[in-house]
Design a protein around this ligand. Structure first.
Ligand SMILES: *Cc1c(COP(=O)(O)O)cnc(C)c1O
Length: 412
């Protein structure tokens, strides 16, 4: 049996352990396991935001746009090159993930006018489903919804039978939001390309947690959040990635002035910038862009590959403890067991997962989350989650499971 001393030893040997001190901790006893939904607040961001409010807004006033106007593109570019394997000029910060998803999916469909099908899968994130449905209805296309394994996620084998020259767009999440399954980005992208379809990846649970190489995989389009593993705060802007060979071929549906060549010439006629800027729309949230910049700096200092290594160790540790101590109470692992195909969270399946999550929150000082129908989802953010935290969260779950109160069921 694994002991708490084992966990403490792992923390002391962990080269990234010191990054915990980079984060604001409001409640020392709280175990935070939802950094995959909203990352913690970095102390440097707290300071930088306070400074930006005073200097940029308070003092510089309108002059802050001198560099502010280009900040979403420079910070986006840094994100793309550091975390996504993007070439310079392929990534920008703009809008929310949902809005970016709409813009890029619409641009892709417009570029494939004679084709009627959009393919996605039933484990993809709801906002992606809704937007694809809405676009298909508006544009007279149809959605093919693949039924995929809820643990292993979408595979090339699921997609293959549906690929033909009527497919306009293929879109999946790279890391599944429920099970954390990692899809085979390169194989799926190249199979879709073989029939002439475009591919759009949602990287919300990938960015800052699982390294990808978008250029090597030939990815056309991608979007994702910055408030999850990038710790840029609630509502921070999402990113858009468009392979540079497609920049002038694609036209997104919202023709805002930030995509306009020489925007302050205030021309009457829309003339989009030939680069990634044409996929942005309007005035960006500068304070949040600054938060993205500091979130990225932290990842750069820690080293992305060291973070991925620790993330794998943390998820393996949690899975081992679940097998040892929670399985007797009816919990099972609902994430892939092969770390090569698992992102940075772990879903634990239990018939009473919703009740466990509620009671962990209200009685045990644990914030994880519940995902329908029976998943208790625990996010392990390697910058600030320790092995001892993992040990303690399992202990608290075990304590609830043995408390015998409420509607707890006996062991299965
Ligand atoms: C979190 C998440 C989103 C969120 O989109 P918003 O527009 O920021 O609300 C979208 N897609 C996936 C896969 C997510 O995990």
């Amino acid at each position: 049996m694994t002991t708490r001393d084992d966990a403490v030893a792992l923390d002391s040997a962990d080269p990234l352990n010191r990054f915990r001190d980079e984060f604001f901790v409001g409640e020392p006893d709280l175990l935070y396991f939802d950094g995959n939904s909203l990352g913690r607040l970095p102390l440097r961001t707290q300071t930088a935001l306070a400074d930006a409010v005073t200097d940029r807004w308070g003092t510089q006033l309108i002059r802050q746009w001198d560099d502010g106007v280009s900040l979403p593109v420079t910070v986006g570019d840094r994100l793309g090159q550091l975390l996504l394997g993007a070439a310079p000029g392929e990534t920008a910060l703009s809008d929310s993930t949902s809005v970016n998803f709409y813009k890029l999916a619409a641009a892709a469909l417009a570029a494939r006018p004679g084709r009627s099908k959009v393919i996605t899968d039933d484990q993809n994130f709801p906002t992606d489903h809704y937007i694809v449905e809405g676009l298909a209805q508006d544009l007279g296309r149809s959605v093919t919804m693949l039924n995929v394994d809820p643990v292993d996620g979408v595979t090339l084998a699921d997609l293959k039978p549906h690929l033909d020259d009527d497919v306009a767009l293929v879109t999946f999440s790279h890391v599944a939001y429920k099970s954390a399954a990692i899809a085979d980005m390169a194989a799926i992208t190249s199979a879709a390309h073989e029939v002439g379809a475009l591919v759009l990846w949602d990287l919300s649970h990938t960015v800052g947690s699982v390294p990808v190489d978008l250029r090597a995989a030939g990815v056309d389009l991608a979007v994702g959040c910055t408030y999850k593993y990038l710790n840029a705060g609630p509502g921070s802007p999402a990113f858009v990635y468009v392979r540079k060979e497609l920049h002038t071929e694609l036209r997104q549906p919202i023709w805002g002035w930030y995509g306009q060549r020489d925007m302050f010439a205030m021309a009457q006629v829309h003339d989009p910038i030939p680069g990634i800027e044409r996929f942005t729309v309007g005035t960006p949230p500068i304070l949040s862009v600054i938060a993205v910049e500091h979130g990225l700096a932290l990842i750069e200092e820690a080293g992305f590959s060291a973070l991925r290594t620790k993330s794998i160790e943390l998820t393996e540790f949690l899975i081992r403890l679940c097998d040892e101590r929670l399985a007797p109470y009816g919990f099972s692992v609902a994430s892939p067991r092969d770390s090569a195909t698992r992102g940075s969270h772990v879903a634990l399946r239990h018939p009473d997962a919703g009740m466990f999550n509620e009671r962990l929150r209200s009685e045990m000082d644990v914030l994880g989350d519940f995902r329908e129908p029976d998943n208790l989802r625990l996010g392990l953010a390697p910058l600030y989650t320790g092995f001892t935290d993992v040990f303690d969260v399992v202990t608290r779950i075990e304590r609830l499971a043995t408390s015998g109160e409420g509607t707890l069921r006996p062991a299965l």
